[in-house]
Design a protein around this ligand. Structure first.
Ligand SMILES: *Cc1c(COP(=O)(O)O)cnc(C)c1O
Length: 391
């Protein structure tokens, strides 16, 4: 169905940070299928894992134990906030399924603890939580909601980064706060450390669950496995997806032991979620991301990119307003149309993706090299120079 305004481009092959189009052109991929191919294209370790699994078993069912699923869950829990709390994981096939799982868990948790009147979730303006009816209602973006009334009930919205307005919105029916530690679609805004810490404090004060949407900013994108780790806080629920499968459809909802205990056999389910193929790839992705030195390297790469981008903003003040983000998740706010800038960059050989607030997103693979970062900066420089001469 005609749900995307597609470019004419199509690709036949990818290798690392590069994509090869069917028309013979080569592109540096700083979009990564919107933060999905986190380890670049056709990473040898991922290809091997998928091939090996393909010869063993593709699908059994969640009616049986799935060894790869137990292994990935244990590793995700051990490496995250969930570890210290006896946490658990539910696997789905996408970001929005991880969000839906978390939203159901929020309601079930309060219901279990004898407080079924608590069902409302406070979320932020400018957020994105996926395209199901509940995901759309959670984000509250009028542009995406339009035409889909009646909306799923139970969501309130406050400005991102503002703890006072958040506190003022809390009522007797409030159950949880849902926030992206770094807003992706909304314009690559990174929540400050104080803000993230403040969210935890507010949740503790009012007995609310803290639910982070790390579908885009999780899995190493900011240089920590999860972006909230920069604030040193423990959330109650985290949804992640995109990078976790390196391009294979996979999403996960993590929760602390206490919260996850609200789910028992029958309370939630999925046919495909946690299937052996996805689990093999997810485990292979973790092998790479959790290898010693990998995440510190992402931090270094992010700093190199940020330094270069800061210089470009300085040099081309009539083209770029500012830049924001964290790690390898940066946004360049444009003076002119961001859509035109994305097209201009594409003509220069660089793939990027637009975001809200007139931002161009830079989402390179986490395995990007210094030289590739420098090449991308050159292409950005060229595109900005061109934009000026055409203005
Ligand atoms: C992409 C995204 C989603 C939705 O993920 P899908 O896999 O498209 O369902 C949810 N939240 C955030 C923050 C995202 O970036």
């Amino acid at each position: 169905m005609n749900t995307y305004a597609r470019s004419e481009l199509s690709f036949e092959r990818g290798e690392g940070a590069w994509l090869y189009a069917t028309d013979g052109r080569r592109f540096l991929d700083f979009a990564c299928g919107i933060a999905v191919t986190a380890l670049g294209h056709c990473h040898p370790h991922l290809v091997t894992a998928l091939e090996k699994q393909a010869h063993k078993i593709w699908h059994s069912s969640n009616l049986y134990r799935v060894p790869g699923q137990e292994k990935l869950a244990e590793r995700l829990v051990a490496a995250s906030f969930a570890g210290a709390t006896g946490g658990q994981v539910f696997f789905g096939n996408s970001g929005v399924e991880a969000i839906e799982c978390g939203l159901k868990l929020v309601r079930k948790y309060h219901d279990d603890f004898g407080d079924p009147a608590r069902y409302r979730v406070i979320a932020c303006e400018g957020s994105f939580h996926g395209r199901t009816l509940a995901g759309l209602a959670a984000a509250g973006n009028e542009k995406y909601l339009k035409g889909y009334a009646p909306y799923v009930e139970g969501f309130d919205h406050v400005p991102y980064g503002n703890l006072n307005e958040l506190r003022a919105r809390i009522g007797a029916e409030t159950a949880a706060i849902l926030v992206e530690p770094v807003q992706g679609e909304g314009g690559m805004r990174a929540g400050s450390i104080e803000y993230l810490k403040g969210l935890r404090a507010v949740c503790d004060e009012f007995g609310l669950l803290l639910f982070f949407d790390e579908v885009q900013c999780g899995m190493g994108r900011t240089g920590k496995l999860f972006a909230h780790e920069w604030a040193g806080i423990t959330p109650d629920i985290v949804a992640t997806a995109k990078g976790i499968g390196g391009g294979f459809p996979l999403g996960a909802c993590l929760a602390t032991g206490k919260v996850a205990a609200a789910f028992g056999p029958g309370s939630h389910g999925t046919t495909f979620g946690g299937n052996p193929l996805a689990m093999a790839v997810g485990n292979a992705v973790l092998d790479v991301i959790l290898a010693p030195g990998f995440l510190p390297d992402v931090v270094n790469k992010g700093e190199r990119l940020a330094r270069g981008v800061a210089q470009l903003v300085d040099k081309h003040q009539d083209v770029f307003v500012d830049f924001r983000g964290r790690g390898l998740m940066l946004g360049l706010k444009c003076v002119g149309s961001n859509t035109e800038m994305v097209e201009r960059l594409r003509r220069c050989g660089l793939l990027t993706v637009g975001a809200g607030d007139n931002v161009v997103r830079l989402l390179p693979p986490l395995i990007v090299t210094d030289s590739e970062i420098d090449q991308a900066l050159d292409m950005l420089d060229r595109a900005a120079t061109e934009a000026k001469s055409n203005a």
